[in-house]
Design a protein around this ligand. Structure first.
Ligand code: SF4
Length: 454
């Protein structure tokens, strides 16, 4: 059986996106397709007669037209792909192609919570909504669709959802990097996922409130070493909800990673961080941490169920600066912030002076608690569609970011940038509107990214 792991083409404007479960958004450099690599790894470990291979249309810059020709020639028996919610209208082209060429396909939504709405619009074999690696193992080893956990599918015009899958992520073997063929060094962003889910329960987050699972230390160390070898690069980003969520894991990891002589970026939660942890990270080769603060406003944090201690947060950011560990903080806009809130953000940011600020426009994602509940301060304006151009909340959020940025840039922060998730993936006129509204250094930076991604 020929199984093709397919990274779908870039969106219309040719920017790569991250089709991973936590849904990073658009990116300036092509990242490893982690989910597909995980799935490919478990298939190759089955030692059955599966011929599994990966085709990365993003890296090769192949559009749907050429992809179709490739599939006619290759004729795989099964395609496994990831599907990103905000570029879904484009990516779902694969549905038509597979139908025409009579190829079975299984999409893994990004984030997983979108399985419910995707199944209404496309006709795959089934859609995976939970632990894709284990679900694929079960399917390929003979579990029938009606008994297969973690899937949603259609049967006689009915939509059926099977029970959740058993946990598996923390049992993943070392990644089979040979799936990348000779292209390992071509990926611009060595983003490597080490964990899934998060012990904390922020209601906007696709990982929130689900049992935290992390790959064994020896697997992570082996993979980091391989990434270094295949990419010829010693700068790696370790994707996790928090690198120090499991303290025993963390201490063992620090001890081992230091010997590899790699430079790494990673994510950390204020809740389980302390000065010692930051110091150890720095000593072990960490060159940047991302702290998800989202807001400096207690009321907004409460509405997000983001339980962080702002005093501790400030203390840790200051400490990071003192020991020379660059720190990026995230701030979310479009949460109903008021003029005073913004002024507060400006004051706090000036005091803390983090190395980077990642400004994100909030949107409610399917599968999160915020999507299902009507919470105060959160405007549930889904803005992955063309309708966004008339979304007043978005305009308001943009105005806030503009004002925030205007104030903050006087600090000459090393690298203030706007992680304008999804912006440049929308209609051209909206992208222009955004750039016009911003008309700032950050906008120049985005233009720079547009021309420099690979
Ligand atoms: S701490 Fe971060 S990863 Fe965890 S639930 Fe909150 S936002 Fe998500």
């Amino acid at each position: 059986m020929k199984v093709l792991l397919l990274n779908l083409p870039r969106y219309r404007d040719k920017l790569p996106v991250v089709r991973e479960e936590c849904c990073y958004g658009a990116t300036h450099a092509v990242p490893f397709p982690n989910t597909l690599l995980h799935v490919g790894t478990v298939i190759t470990s089955l030692h059955n007669n599966f011929k599994v291979y990966l085709y990365d249309s993003v890296l090769l810059n192949v559009d749907f037209h050429n992809l179709r020709s490739y599939l006619i020639i290759e004729k795989p028996d099964l395609i496994i792909t990831t599907l990103l919610f905000y570029t879904f209208s484009y990516e779902s082209e694969i549905d038509k192609i597979c139908d025409e060429l009579n190829i079975k396909y299984i999409p893994i939504p990004s984030p997983f919570g979108y399985a419910n709405s995707f199944i209404k619009k496309i006709n795959p074999l089934f859609i995976i909504y939970d632990e894709p690696e284990k679900t694929i193992i079960d399917y390929l080893t003979g579990t029938s669709i009606n008994l297969l956990k973690g899937i949603i599918y259609k049967q006689n015009n009915n939509i059926l959802k099977n029970q959740i899958q058993n946990p598996y992520f923390d049992k993943l073997p070392p990644t089979n990097w040979s799936l990348l063929g000779n292209y390992g060094s071509k990926y611009g962003w060595k983003l490597y996922q080490i964990s899934r889910n998060c012990p904390f329960n922020c209601n906007f987050c696709v990982w929130g409130g689900k049992k935290f699972r992390i790959k064994p230390v020896e697997v992570v160390i082996r993979d980091i070493n391989r990434i270094k070898e295949i990419s010829g690069d010693n700068k790696i980003s370790l994707l996790t909800s928090s690198i120090s969520a499991d303290k025993n894991w963390f201490y063992e990891f620090i001890w081992k990673v230091k010997k590899l002589n790699v430079k790494f970026y990673t994510d950390i939660s204020v809740n389980d961080a302390n000065k010692e942890i930051l110091y150890l990270l720095k000593k072990a080769g960490c060159i940047g941490i991302l702290i998800g603060i989202e807001s400096f406003n207690e009321e907004i944090l409460k509405s997000l169920n983001k339980k962080i201690d702002l005093n501790k947060t400030e203390e840790l950011i200051k400490y990071s600066r003192r020991i020379g560990l660059p720190v990026t903080i995230t701030l979310m806009f479009n949460l109903g912030e008021k003029e005073e809130t913004l002024n507060d953000y400006i004051t706090k940011t000036k005091i803390l002076a983090p190395t980077n600020i990642s400004c994100v426009i909030y949107k409610a994602l399917e599968g999160t608690k915020a999507f299902n509940n009507s919470l105060p301060y959160i405007y549930f304006k889904f803005w992955g569609s063309d309708a966004v151009a008339t979304n007043n909340y978005l305009k308001e959020a943009l105005e806030y970011i503009k004002k925030f940025n205007n104030e903050i840039k006087i600090l000459k922060l090393k690298n203030l940038f706007l992680s304008l998730k999804n912006f440049y993936l929308l209609k051209t006129n909206l992208a222009k509107l955004v750039l016009k509204i911003l008309n700032l250094n950050a906008a120049k930076k985005i233009k720079h990214y547009l021309s420099f991604y690979r």
